[in-house]
Design a protein around this ligand. Structure first.
Ligand code: FAD
Length: 626
């Protein structure tokens, strides 16, 4: 990661000239962070100041304007009670903005913990277990605005503005994209790539840029038009070198959607690039300083309740009850009670929502678009070692076949800080054939998953991981390696974010629905960010806007057009199967599964165990989770 001389210097000069023509100048000296040693550095974490640029972007100002529009309703229109089903980020954000608009939200969360896919809990040793390793980006405008409105920006631990990639062919070595301060987007990214000598040749870099330019110039129309193509299809269509896939797109695709590039829609990659590359600090990353249920969801709950709303835990919905005319007559809860409200918002995961779809709505193409959407499996690992591995105070893109991103949380995150022993949190993907893998890992035992991961870690930390007879994959490690795994937790999420495979984006429905007084939220509904925390917050906010507009007698943005292929079909009414089971996985979350938990998944989500892709049930049936 030392800034390379020679050809790199020459490229720097060329780039400086381009910037000068564009009216920008490089800072006089290369800042110290660019040349700082990456590995073997002090294990102590270093947080960077909140990048100020994130509060000035168009997307941030748009998010701020939407917050202000919603809050201005507090003094207008009728005050409504609103039942919000689901206490993930989307449901909580929706309730927060409904409270801002002067309404009275009641969040109904099935589990005993808030957060859904960002939820965290403690195990019997008091260690925090997270559903997923979550990274916040500068280009998360509605999330950043939410942190401002809650007054909790100090919870975010910003890291140095760079991306760190493991070198595939050089075990134990890493390379970086370094973003120089003072260089505006998208030049800072261009320069970061140009200066990197290890991943792509100059020729490959030059060939990569032209096909991606329309994404910046034409924007969303071009991006949406690529949805039928996988990342690989797109690359081949536009003559991009195949090595770009191995060097960049595999890690990007797995980080964005837990899917390999031959299965991932190009719209996802272009959407991310468009959002991240258009903003100076868009790709700067932050960790939250502990488990999100406590650090983000609790402040949201307090905010909602301080304004007259309510957040109920252990309140699973059993059925959406409908009147003769198809409108919602109430919510049948599992405990036998019925919740009624003026307005209803579903912030359920898509797989759960499909199983709750009332018979009267099951013939409506608007809702049947959800047949095309299903959650993708992913596994989040916590691995505690008996000593400190060489620390990187950042997220790392592993670029390994089985892993997506990982971080040494003992070095990056205050809650887990430990100068003596490492705790790695790793995202294990792809986990199914749909996601591009050859194994359905959800169906494997924890030990099989950990052994496979130890094999990957032996490559990432070749001189440190010990040869440990418990883990056959470490059998080639030399005596030099001393680090032994002392504890692990395997959190399986069989149905995480919707699978963004080609052709699915268009089926994401609007928050407004054809049913009066019923609105949708959730990261899978239509919004300009992906299935992500930002997408979840924005979808919740847009759902609150629909309700608030309606209550004030103002026009809403309207329904998104139903896709013609779905609109043309005749659907027979279908009784909702409902959701079986009580564990986190039943509600679209993640859990460390006991034998009986595995048995539930086997009985209720058989696709996770199929050895044969042809055996997979159709998406609607595949959503049967415990
Ligand atoms: C391993 C992993 C890593 C990730 N990493 C990132 C990342 O780095 N950056 C990023 O931006 N995003 C990341 N994500 C995605 C992000 O977590 C999700 O996009 C987001 O949290 C979804 O929020 P949501 O509110 O839409 O859905 P959910 O979080 O699924 O919330 C739905 C809620 O509904 C509740 N519910 C379900 N059924 C019922 C019922 N019957 N009655 C009442 N309540 C019910 C659930 O319990 C849950 O609380 C990651 C996800 C995973 C799994």
């Amino acid at each position: 990661v030392i800034l390379h001389q020679g050809r790199g210097t020459h490229r720097l000069q060329m780039f400086t000239s381009v910037l000068a023509v564009a009216g920008y100048t490089l800072p006089a000296a290369v800042p110290p962070q660019v040349g700082m040693p990456l590995r073997g550095a002090s294990p102590l974490m270093k947080d960077y100041p909140t990048p100020k640029g994130i509060f000035k972007t168009d997307n941030y100002l748009e998010g701020q304007a939407l917050s202000e529009k919603i809050a201005a309703y507090a003094w207008q229109g009728e005050k409504k009670t609103v039942a919000v089903i689901g206490g993930g980020l989307s449901g909580l954000a929706c309730a927060k903005y409904l409270a801002d608009a002067g309404h009275t939200p009641v969040v109904l969360e099935a589990r005993d913990v808030l957060g859904g896919k960002v939820s965290a809990w403690t195990d019997e040793d008091g260690d925090t277990i997270e559903t997923g390793l979550h990274i916040f980006f500068g280009a998360y405008p509605n999330m950043m605005r939410l942190f401002t409105e809650l007054g909790i920006h100090d919870r975010l631990q910003w890291k140095v503005h760079k991306m760190i990639f493991a070198m595939q062919q050089l075990p134990g070595e890493f390379t970086t994209f370094d973003f120089l301060p003072g260089i505006p987007a998208p030049f800072n990214f261009g320069l970061a790539i140009l200066l990197n000598q290890k991943m792509l040749t100059l020729g490959e870099k030059v060939q990569t840029a032209p096909p991606l330019l329309p994404m910046l110039v034409e924007g969303q129309d071009f991006i949406d038009a690529q949805d039928e193509l996988s990342v690989l299809d797109f690359m081949r269509k536009y003559g991009m070198p195949e090595r770009i896939n191995e060097e960049v797109f595999i890690s990007m695709a797995k980080a964005l959607d837990f899917i390999d590039p031959d299965k991932l829609s190009m719209t996802v990659v272009l959407t991310a690039m468009n959002r991240f590359l258009n903003e100076d600090d868009g790709l700067q990353m932050a960790f939250i300083d502990g488990g999100q249920s406590e650090r983000l969801c609790e402040p949201l709950k307090r905010y909602i309740e301080a304004r007259g709303g309510e957040v109920r835990l252990n309140a699973p919905l059993k059925e959406i009850m409908t009147a003769e005319d198809g409108t919602v007559s109430g919510l049948q809860m599992r405990d036998g009670s019925v919740v009624t409200a003026d307005e209803y918002v579903s912030a359920l995961p898509v797989d759960v929502f499909k199983r709750m779809l009332p018979a009267k709505w099951s013939t409506m193409p608007f809702f049947r678009q959800t047949d095309e959407l299903e959650g993708i499996p992913v596994i989040n690992l916590h691995m505690w070692f008996d000593r400190k591995l060489q620390g990187v105070d950042h997220l790392c893109f592993s670029r390994s076949p089985l892993l997506s991103v990982y971080a040494d949380m003992s070095t990056t995150c205050k809650e887990y800080a430990d100068d003596e022993r490492s705790m790695l949190e790793l995202v294990f993907a792809p986990c199914s054939k749909l996601a591009g893998g050859d194994t359905n890992w959800i169906g494997k035992s924890d030990e099989e998953i950990i052994d496979a991961t130890m094999g990957e870690l032996a490559r990432l930390f070749p001189t440190e991981i010990a040869n440990d007879e418990r883990w056959p994959a470490t059998s080639k490690q030399t005596p030099q390696g001393q680090a032994r795994l002392r504890k692990f937790a395997v959190v399986k999420v069989p149905r995480s974010v919707y699978a963004a495979i080609p052709g699915r984006n268009k089926y994401r429905p609007s928050q407004e629905t054809p049913i009066p007084r019923f609105t949708l939220a959730g990261d899978w509904t239509s919004q300009k960010f992906l299935g992500s925390m930002e997408g979840a917050v924005l979808a919740g906010k847009l759902a609150a806007e629909v309700v608030a507009d309606r209550a004030a007698g103002q026009p809403t943005k309207g329904l998104k057009v139903v896709q013609p292929d779905v609109a043309a079909k005749e659907y027979a009414p279908k009784e909702p199967p409902g959701v079986k089971g009580e564990g986190a996985i039943a509600f679209g979350g993640g859990a460390v599964l006991s034998d009986s938990g595995m048995q539930w998944v086997r009985e209720n989500d058989a696709a996770q165990f199929d050895g044969d892709e042809a055996m997979r049930p159709a998406p609607a049936e595949a959503a049967a989770v415990v």
